[in-house]
Each structure stands twice: as structure tokens, then as C-alpha cells.
Design a protein around this ligand. Sequence first.
Ligand SMILES: [Zn+2]
Length: 677
Amino acid sequence: MCVRCRIKMGQKSRKRSEFALILLQLLTLVSSAPPRCDSGQYFLGRCKPIVEEKPKCTDLLLSYCDDMAYTQTMFPNIVGHKTREEVELGTEYLLLSVVETLLGGECTPDIRMLGCSVLAPRCEKDKVLKPCRSICEAVRKSCVHAFEGIDMAWPYFLDCDRFFVSDQEGCYDPLEGLRAEEEVEAFSSAPPEDSSTMIQFTYHSNAQMNSIIKKTEARCSDIATTYSIGRSVEGKDLLVIEFSNNPGEHELLEPEIKYIGNMHGNEVMGRELLIYLIQYLCSEYLLGNERIQTLINTTRIHILPSMNPDGYDMAASGVEDSNYADEEGPRYDTWNIGRNNAQNIDLNRNFPDLTSIVYSRRRHKGYRTDHIPIPDFYWLGKVAPETYAVMKWIRSIPFVLSANFHGGDLVVSYPYDLSKHPLERNMFSPTPDDQVFKFLARTYANAHETMANYSEWCGSSRDSQGGIVNGAQWYSFAGGMQDFNYLHTNCLEITVELGCDKFPAEEELYTGWQENKEALLTFMEAVHRGVKGIVKDEDGNGIKGARVSVRGIRHDITTAENGDYWRLLTPGIHILTASAPGYTRAMKKVHLPARMRKAGRVDFVLQKSVLEPDTEEDDINIPSMGTYERFDPYNHFERYAAAEMTQIQEQRAEKPWWWNYFVSSGGSAPTWLLRHY
Ligand SMILES: [Zn+2]
């Protein structure tokens, strides 16, 4: 096992033992609690009688609340627990004792102290004081994302409206003890930088990752928004953060780009780079970095740091799955554990293989290499929910450019990934857009600190091609994501391999960021190459779904909802044609100078025509494949996979991963912790 895996395992087992210790302490408390009086017991001298007397302040003896700024509390507490023992046996207190572990260190000790102020409220002069609502609301605002990250509901006893009061009502600050400590620290050390703008170049758990995504959204709410594209097999949100000057909306002529990390769960550098990138974009925008402001103001950027969070968990915990060892031998373990999703599906082999369809039709006159429908039989196979979520995502947004990040080598690969010859595993298999793809791949590789000059291949010796390689020439495979992007949508995607080590040591993360930062930015800026424009009718209305063709490139781009399109192109002279059913064609010749930094604007006005455009004779030679719309994956996925999804969701609704922590404590099941209950 690698050193890094041992470190990871070490952390995990340490957390487990902490947790075991907590449980042990709780059990000890249970056994030492004085017995209650049932009828008859008092007379046998086995317990004390319950005497109704006026509640008094009593010493605060709860061990998880020993850093509160006061020492006296009173029972019953704010939620009605009558004794210290009752508090200690309750799920609320158990939650406070494990919340740090569950949230991966997020939001502590704030959450715990907030909870203490409810379970053991401050008592002065035999009167209970209530904690301040404003403090509760501030903690909730910054911590609710951490709870969402582990799919846990905001605990009922931290309800700011129910259990907290306003300043006017004489409340106290439950975090007072914390602030006193902070002041001492701030006094004794150099003034710390604003911690919210500091990027931690460490590994992030899924909960920490989601928390950072949500916090970044909150910090940069004018230019960022988040959304989930679906859930993993184990029910984790596939969370995307979007940056744009108008987040949440497609703007006319504004190109859209996506970055996808961690498709293979054990290839983790890309995931971390994207977590750093989102913080960087937000901070730099706020700081007034002109380059970042221009980028965000002119581009809609979507970032999915982890496409395979289940695989990541598996890889990070370094679990040795004996099933794998039996099948492929132990040598494969560290290379493969966590690569696939939780159904053991390789997501980068799970997309519809449209490349084979294109190859099988390439001798037909007028065959196409764009907007190939998904064949019906695809849905009969096993479609991972992660694959499905991404397919649905990339169909719903007019993406122009994309990169997905892997590890295991240091190179950018570009389509096709599938060899054009079934028996040749290493055959150069270019797309009609080979020039554009080479340009895009070089854009990343050249802006990377070492990639273009890297002369060796990890674990094999082959000639370098300046840090870029055609996927099929490297090694051929079917069902990959970049081929699917190219053949099904307008989006051009490349695959970036970020280094030989799939799960590098934590110290290497900062180096990785430095090596890739410029490339990550430059590649996004490349979406503004080529031409863009609007295809309109004579009344000036945009035509949706019009085709924009480039002479010599057998791959059309279609227009988006309002007739806008983007066509990435290399510099030179190009002849463009726009066409749409029921309209005449329009043609334009454009010259793109070598040093263009903005897409050339080329609009088309199409006139109504009684004649259909002359594409029909081409179509006669192509066996019917149905229409693009008819093969919407949504309908098909519903038909074939809905039952399975429901089953998964039901299982999840019953058992989140942290559920056993609470039910095994013997108390009643705390359904109030379930978000989807
Ligand atoms: Zn990979």
C-alpha cells in the first residue's frame, strides 16, 4: 500500500477510535446515573424521592460543554430534558459529541457550543438565560452547507426561532468562550489573513468539498450559483458550481464551458485542482483581478469537481477489496481501487458508443459526425446514475468546450478515443475537427508548466508529441465521455491526464496547482476562439436548431434556444453556411487572423423557403436512426432504470451512512436528522 493510503487509513481509524471512546464514555455515564424512583422503590431506600421544588442553578457538568463561558446551568433545559443524565442519554448530546467527526472538522466548535447553549443553558440567579438568535442565525448560515454535504437535516434543537431569543429579550452569546480564546490567539500571533480567502492545499472529503462549493456560492453570490445534476449510486449529490455575471441563466452569445473532475474516483488531482480553482475564481473576482473578471463576465463556467464521489471515498479509505484481488491479482489494487463507481462501472466506458456508429456509416454518402442519436439498445445495458446525470446535463446546456481531468499520465488526449480499425489498438483516429482539437489540447499542454516538455510516458517509453496525443493512438476504448460529447452535442471535450501518480501525496497538491493554474485559465479563455453569432429569420427572430457548417469539416454545430451558436475554429479562411428546415441557406466567408483573442461575430439571416434545404438526398442513403429529440435519454432512462433508481433512493432514505451512529445508541430513532424523511 502506498504511503498516502496509510496516512488516509490512519486518519480514518483515529476518527473511529475517537468515536468509540465517546460511546464508551456515554455508556459509563449511563451505568453511573442514579436510579429513578418508581412506585415502591422509595420505601425500599433504593432511590431518592422526586420533590417538586423551584429549579435552581446547578453546576454545568457536561463534558462536551466544558468550554462554555459560564459554569452554571439549570434543568429542565430549553428542550425539556429534566436532568443532566437525560441530556447525556439523548441523541441531541450524542450529535454534539460526534458532529466534528461527521462534518469532517467543519463548523466546530461553533455548532457544539450552540447546541450546549440549548442543552445546558446559562443560569444566573436561579433564572435560565436564553442564547441569542442572531448568533444562531450566523452559525446556521455558515454551517448549513456542511450538514447538506452529509445529507443531514439541520438539527431541530438548533432552530433559531424556537430556542433562541433576540437581544432585546436579554440573551447571551453562546460563542463567548470561543471569542475569548480567539482574541488571545490573535493577540499572541501575527494578524491572520482573512481565512475565507485562503485556499487549503489539502485533500478534501466529499463533505468538505460540498461545503467549500456552498461557501463559495455564498461568498460570491453575485457571480456564482450551485446546482446538483443528480446523485451517485450511494446517493451523494453531484454538485456543480457555476460562475457567470448572470448565474443561473444562459445569456445570448455567451459561451459555456465545463470542467469535470474525479470521473475515476481514484484519480484525484483534478478534483482538488477544481476545488482550488473555484475558490481562486471567487477570491480573485472579489479582489478585482481584471483577467478573472473579464473571464467570468464573458463566459458561463460550470465546474463539477467530482463525478464519482463514491469511488473517491473508496480510494481515499484505501480499502483493499478482496474481490478485485481475486479477479485481477493484487498488483492491480492500488491502481484500480475506487476507479469505478459503486456499481463497479467504469464511467469512462459507460457512455453510448456513438463512434462505432459513425465508423459503420462512413462509407455512406453524406454521413454525419454530429448530433448522433443515442441508440435504443444502449438503455438495455447498465447505465450508471453518474453517467446518466452527466448526459442529461450536457444535453440541457449549450456547452461549447469542456475538459475532464484524470491521472496516471501527464498528457492531454483528444478524440477519438475509439480506434477506427477494430483490430488496431494504437491507431491515429482523428475527428473531422482534428485541427481544432490539436489546438485545444496544445492550449492546455503549452500553458502547463511541464506537460509539453515531458519526454517520457509514465511506465512506458514512447515518443512525446508535445504533451498531446490522439486518444485512440494512445490506447483505444469505446464508450468514453469525450467521444460522446463530440458526436452527440456541440461540445468539444478533451481529457487531461494530470500526472503519473493517480493519488499523489498531499504535499504535491500545491505543486500541482502551480503547474496547472495557468493552463486551467488559458483553456477556459480558449472558448472565445473561432466564430460566434446568431442565425435569425427575416424578422430578426433567432432560429433554434439551425445548422452551421464549415466547408471541409464534416461536423455541424447547431444553434441554441435563441439562435446563437459558437464554432471553435483555428485561424485561417473558412467558408460557413447556415441552414434550417424551411429556410434558404446562407453562406459567408470569414478570415480569422492568427492572433485573435475574441470570437469573430458572424450572424446569418435566413429567408423562408418553400423548398426544403438540399440535404434530403444525402439522408436517403443513411439508414433511419430516428431523430435526435426522440432519443432523449430521459424518457429511455425512465423506462429502463426508474425502478432501480427508486430502489436506490428508498435504501438511501432508510439508511444514510451516519445513521447507525445514532440508532445503535439505544434511543429512539432520530428521524429529525434525515433530510429526506
Ligand atoms: Zn481516468
